[in-house]
Structure formats: C-alpha cells, structure tokens
Write a protein that binds this ligand. Structure first.
Ligand code: 5HY
Length: 243
C-alpha cells in the first residue's frame, strides 16, 4: 500500500524527520511518501496559519488522488482540513491528533497532551472535544517551545519537553503522554525512557491506523457529509481548486 504523509507546513527538514519515524513503524510493503506543499507557512501555530496551510494540504490530497494513493496522514497536530480532505479522498485520511488521542485512550484511563506554544492549547482542547476524547484528556500543556525551535539542536527542546511531561504525570495523574506536535516525531522513545510512562506520538500512531483501515478495505464513507464536493465554479486565483 502507498500512504501519502502530508506535513502542511513547508519546513522540509521536519517533513524528512516525520518520514523517518513513519518508515520505522510501517509494515513491509507499505510505501510512505512524505511531502510538504509548494507554498504555505514554515510552521503552524494558530488558526490563521492553519487556514492558509489547508489550501496546500488540499492540493496534495488532490494530486494524491491522481497518483492513486491508498491513504493519507495529516501530519500537523491541529488536524487542519481533515474533513475537507475526507470529502476529496477515497482512501482513509487520518489526522495525527485524532490518531494519538485514540491510541492513548486504549492504554491509559487519562492522558495529557504536551504541546508547543500556549496559543495552540485551545485548538488541541477543541479537537479532544470533537473526537469524544475530552473525558480522557486530563490537560493540554504548553512548553512554550516554538515549532521551529524543535529543529534547532541548541534549543534544548527535548529536556524542556521531558520536564513538562514529568509535571503532567505528577499533577494531572495522567497515565500516558500525547506529544502535541509532528515536529516531536523523533523524541517519543527518548521521552518515554526518561519519564517511565507511555508516550504516544501522532505520526507513527497514524501510520498504523491508516494501514489497518486499508488492510480492512475501509474507505471514507461517501454517504452524506463526506460525499465529494459539489461541482461548481470557483473564481479568481482559486479557480484551479474548483471540484
Ligand atoms: C504541528 N504545528 O504539528 C503543529 C503543532 C502546533 O507546524 N506542526 C506545526 O504547535 O500546533
């Protein structure tokens, strides 16, 4: 099977890091193709970034359909454009926040999300509500590490994240940690060893979920809400996106 991993931000060093983590857990016979859109924000740290990044994401889904991919991963913890992508794609589309939260709920009665900037906490809390995970999500915590600091070895990001995870286990009485950024894809094992508790990372969780759905021949239902977008004219610079 062929899975298209889409990092909606345009930082390719982060896309490559996610690809390595994804390929490390993919089954033999699963091809992971990891991309960033042609254009968009270098990092996604709020609603405006998400809105603009969603155009590039949908471009990659459209080209992915033409390239015959079996499934897709939205590799950004806000799961931007998830439902729009499901309207476009035949194969399953899984967001990393959705994947990580569901996986964590299978191994602990409560988890904490440890994410980047405080301003993105609301987005994660809203997703926990939307996915029916609010009763499992004990708290969303910010490290105040900017997304692109994760690419800077001098930022000491790993140590700062571990400290916040330890506080989460202590204060939230959580049994597991969900990492709140795709840019943390390479840190899960190290953090889990340091804190002595399960750490769920969304990119790898999403790979195994998409593989399961494809193996079960389960595709996005096209009955009702996620039926293909209705054909109509789009004008101006976005005319090329008309369904
Ligand atoms: C992510 N931003 O996973 C989110 C994380 C965040 O560019 N990739 C990003 O802070 O919301």
């Amino acid at each position: 099977m062929r899975i298209k991993l889409i990092n909606p931000n345009t930082t390719w060093s982060m896309t490559d890091k996610m690809a390595a983590a994804a390929r490390a857990v993919a089954m033999p016979g699963t091809e992971i193709v990891a991309v960033s859109p042609q254009g968009g924000p270098a990092s996604i740290e709020g609603h405006y970034d998400e809105a603009v990044a969603t155009i590039g994401l949908l471009e990659e889904i459209r080209s992915g359909e033409a390239q015959g991919f079996d499934g897709y991963i939205i590799a950004c913890f806000g799961d931007p454009g998830l439902m729009a992508a499901r309207e476009l794609a035949n194969g399953p589309v899984v967001g990393i926040a959705e994947a990580a939260m569901h996986m964590a709920s299978l191994i602990a009665p409560g988890f904490s999300v440890v994410t980047t900037l405080a301003r993105t906490k609301g987005i994660a809390e809203h997703l926990a509500e939307r996915y029916g995970m609010a009763r499992f999500c004990r708290k969303v915590r910010a490290t105040d590490i900017a997304v692109l600091e994760l690419e800077d070895p001098a930022s000491n990001a790993g140590t700062r994240i571990i400290e916040e995870c330890r506080a989460a286990l202590r204060e939230d009485e959580s049994g597991a940690i969900v990492l709140g950024c795709a840019g943390m894809a390479d840190l899960a094992a190290e953090i889990s060893r340091a804190i002595g508790a399960p750490v769920v990372e969304g990119v790898t969780a999403a790979v195994t979920l998409v593989e399961s759905l494809v193996r079960l021949n389960l595709k996005t239902s096209k009955r009702g809400e996620l039926a293909p977008p209705l054909p109509k004219s789009y004008s101006g610079g976005l005319a090329y996106l008309s369904p």
